[in-house]
Design a protein around this ligand. Structure first.
Ligand code: PLP
Length: 286
């Protein structure tokens, strides 16, 4: 558990940390966030995560509330105070506290900045990856700008809960044409019988995952064939391998989609190779 949380300029004990009831993140989901892995005390792919944060802010007509260097210091100090070596940080920026109104508050309203860090067990993650996970397909009921990493996550919350009730660790969201968009909290991939990696193009229909982009670079480095195109649920169920990517799960094998076993029901060869090589391609910052 995070013991110390950064909230608006202060490092507070977890139990005492909070934002105002009229924080716009709280009332209107008027906030964006980033989640980034911490490995061996180093931040994984910080540059790409911060670039996406800046983009998300731009898309909701906000600017960084402090320089990237200052934000980096806040993140490092929160990690240091919690003595986290392996885990992740959660950084959230909202449009700040103001009397509830749909239109933007006065321009001088200070954004709210929150940073929470958590321990995660690498051994536990490896044990999960060794077995692989199940996913449940569900209609994608989110808004059309899921390329922006906002805290407006209710459809994903409901999808993940429904998946959990059926023993699945992730929900794969499906568009009106029967194509998988992405996971509720991850990007979705399949590998066909020729060993081609397939994932949906990062248009407005999915979040441009940082892990996804690192895997794309890794695949190029390893000489793997990769196609960015949509794939249907039926194609996924017939695939040789399937996996998801995210900062918290890295490359995680999928061995079951709904009631269908993928391949021989064990994590696939390409998937595990990408998982093993992931950190050799990712950027680690102290
Ligand atoms: N897609 C969605 C909807 C997500 O919420 C996430 C991560 O939270 C991802 C994809 C994966 O993105 P990243 O690899 O940057 O963690």
């Amino acid at each position: 558990m995070s013991r110390i949380v950064y909230v608006n300029g202060r490092y507070l004990p977890y139990a005492q940390a909070g934002v105002h009831v009229e924080d716009r993140g709280n009332q209107l989901a008027d906030a964006v966030y980033e989640v980034c892995e911490i490995k061996g005390g180093r931040i994984v792919d910080e540059r790409r995560h911060m670039a996406r944060l800046e983009r998300s802010l731009g898309e909701i007509q906000m600017r960084l509330p402090m320089t990237l260097a200052a934000l980096g210091r806040v993140i490092r100090e929160t990690i240091r105070r919690n003595r986290v070596r392996d885990g992740y940080f959660y950084l959230q920026i909202s449009r700040g506290q103001a009397r509830r109104d749909f239109v933007f508050p006065e321009p001088e309203t200070e954004p709210s900045v929150i940073c929470v860090v958590r321990h995660a067990s690498p051994a536990k993650a490896e044990a999960t990856a060794a077995k692989g996970i199940a996913v449940k397909t569900m209609p994608d009921e989110r808004w059309r700008r899921v390329d922006i990493k906002t805290v407006m996550l209710l459809p994903s919350v409901l999808a993940r809960e429904a998946a959990k009730r059926e023993g699945a660790a992730e929900a794969w969201l499906v568009d009106g044409d029967g194509y998988v968009t992405e996971g509720a909290t991850s990007n979705a991939w399949i590998v066909d019988d020729k060993g081609t990696l397939i994932t949906r193009p990062a248009d407005f229909g999915i979040l441009r995952g940082v892990t996804r982009s690192v895997v794309i670079d890794l695949a190029a480095r390893e000489g793997l064939t990769l196609v960015e195109r949509g794939f249907s649920v039926a194609e996924a169920k017939a695939a040789r391998e399937a996996f998801i990517t995210s900062a918290t799960g890295m490359v995680m094998p999928v061995v079951r989609i709904d009631q269908t076993t993928i391949g021989d029901g064990r994590p696939g060869r390409f998937t595990m190779m990408l998982r093993e090589l992931f950190h050799s391609q990712a950027e680690l910052a102290v």
